[in-house]
Design a protein around this ligand. Structure first.
Ligand SMILES: [Zn+2]
Ligand SMILES: [Zn+2]
Length: 300
């Protein structure tokens, strides 16, 4: 069996195994298999979006390669395949840790990531819910170096299987007790806390595969308790209506939601929305404090 045939077979087998383990040893027994958003995540995000973006990203990489001719240099072609896989696995995982942190820190980049956090249940399918912009950025940065540095054709396929299976695993609703392995490899124990709404902050557990990054850079969080709930906190609304209408339209509503216009008034606190008119002295002081040119003039 060729790697091109074997890789989708392995992904489906991992999905079946993980979904079965969720039934056998659930982390959250209340969660159902056919939860709200199941169809959206499975049909739209997993099948349609992955397929379409796969074509777009492959096309982009071909264009970059035609322009630069980099793959003809075969920079890593002589390396053994396990070494090629390990190299791209570690370097991409390091990148994704920092980009993920940036997505949580930057209000603009957060728009590309909030869909991933919107699910009220976290399970084997939750990892697939990612805005197309996030996938476009991350997977181009992931696969372009593999092709451009001249890796063996099996490497992107093997990495694709690893990514898919690991993504399902870290979101899975399986009651894993990984113990000391949590210091090295990420799993549901830590990543489910990344999706928790219990806290007023999401600033922890950004790793996807290698947990070392979180421990090393001070963002690890692994309490003995379990999260009380999952999803977005502090967000007034996210388009997820469920039912047959949701099955048809939620994906598209979520796609455009990232580009919503949020009027200044809605974002401002009540005090900021109706400020008192400043007195002339207040206005001069504020202007001198916040306007560098006026500040210089005021000092003259
Ligand atoms: Zn996140
Ligand atoms: Zn996640």
């Amino acid at each position: 069996m060729t790697a091109a045939v074997l890789s989708p077979v392995l992904i489906v087998a991992s999905a079946v195994a993980i979904a079965a383990l969720e039934r056998w040893r659930p982390y959250e027994p209340r969660q159902r298999l056919f939860r709200v958003g199941f169809f959206t995540d499975f049909f739209w995000y997993t099948l349609v979006q992955s397929y379409v973006l796969g074509l777009v990203i492959a096309w982009l990489i071909v264009v970059i390669d035609r322009t630069t001719g980099l793959s003809r240099l075969h920079l890593v072609s002589a390396w053994p395949i396990p070494l090629q896989l390990a190299f791209f696995w570690v370097t991409h995982d390091f990148y994704i840790y920092w980009f993920h942190r940036l997505q949580h820190a930057s209000p603009i980049l957060w728009r590309t990531h909030e869909a991933h956090h919107s699910g009220r249940d976290v399970d084997w399918l939750s990892g697939s819910r990612s805005h197309p912009l996030e996938i476009l950025i991350n997977q181009t940065i992931e696969y372009a170096p593999i092709v451009l540095l001249g890796a063996a054709p099996e490497v992107p396929l093997m990495k694709g299987v690893l990514d898919a299976a690991w993504g399902m695993y870290i979101h899975s609703n399986i009651d894993v007790r990984a113990g000391v392995l949590q210091y090295f490899f990420n799993g549901p124990e830590m990543h489910r806390w990344h999706h928790a709404r219990d806290h007023g902050t999401r600033e922890y557990n950004f790793s996807t595969k290698i947990a070392v990054w979180d421990w090393l850079f001070g963002t690890a969080y692994l309490p003995r308790s379990k999260p009380r709930a999952y999803g977005l906190w502090g967000e007034p609304f996210f388009p997820e209506r469920g039912g047959w209408r949701g099955a048809l339209f939620d994906y598209f509503a979520q796609l455009v939601w990232a580009f919503r216009w949020r009027p200044r008034e809605a974002a401002a606190s009540p005090d900021e929305r109706s400020p008192k008119a400043p007195s002339p002295t207040d206005a001069a002081r504020l202007a001198s404090e916040h306007h560098p040119v006026l500040h210089v003039n005021a000092n003259r």
